[in-house]
Design a protein around this ligand. Sequence first.
Ligand code: GLP
Length: 241
Amino acid sequence: MKIKIFDTVELSNAYIINEVVERLSTTCKVLGLATGSTFLEVYSKLISLNKEKRICFKDIKTFNLDEYIDIPHDHSQRYRNFMNKYLFFDINIMQDHIFFPITENQFNYEQYDDTIKEYQGIDLQLLGIGHNGHIGFNEPGTPFDSKTHKASLTEETRRMNQRFFNHLDEVPKHAVTMGIQTIMDAKEIIIFAYGLAKAPAIKGMIEDEITENLPASILQRHPNVTVVLDKEAASLLTKKY
Ligand code: GLP
């Protein structure tokens, strides 16, 4: 794992954006995307760079990590709507180059891994981490060899995500997510996390044993992963990086 720790979120995001721009201009044709507050600055900067014609999405395919089940189609927290608002509507991506594990009309997540393979796999996967170490919606206990599947959200995750909804009852109980194996099959991963609340999960992911109880710990076995942290998220690490 390559670990990059920055004093501020702004510096971390600047590093990530440089990496993404470099990949999109060279090797990256298939980009894995994630949702969550961590990504907003990066997506906003990608929009600006696209408007300035410094990056182009015309030939890029995107695969999102996950999507809620049982959420109204027009709900702002439906991940497709989130991505439309914060990225897709403002960049020159082709609509038929955007992939989600479930869409309004199709419940075809079992084919998602095959579809990714048809496009020769994900070149770069952007990834966040949940407070309990989940990646995508792979909660603790998810088998490391899982493919894209229907997942139940833990109460903890539902409570964490409650801030985006009016009430806990509104937070979906299920989602479809790329599996851990699906994520591990990406050729390169950049995972980023900011803030003190993520520090325990980050410590477990980088320095503790690899265990299905902390899904992100499997990333220790990925050959090309960069972890980008601000100093708060890195605050429980005991080694020098
Ligand atoms: C959700 C997503 C994850 C994301 C996590 C963290 O649970 N399924 O992919 O990493 O939220 O979100 P945030 O960036 O808001 O902390």
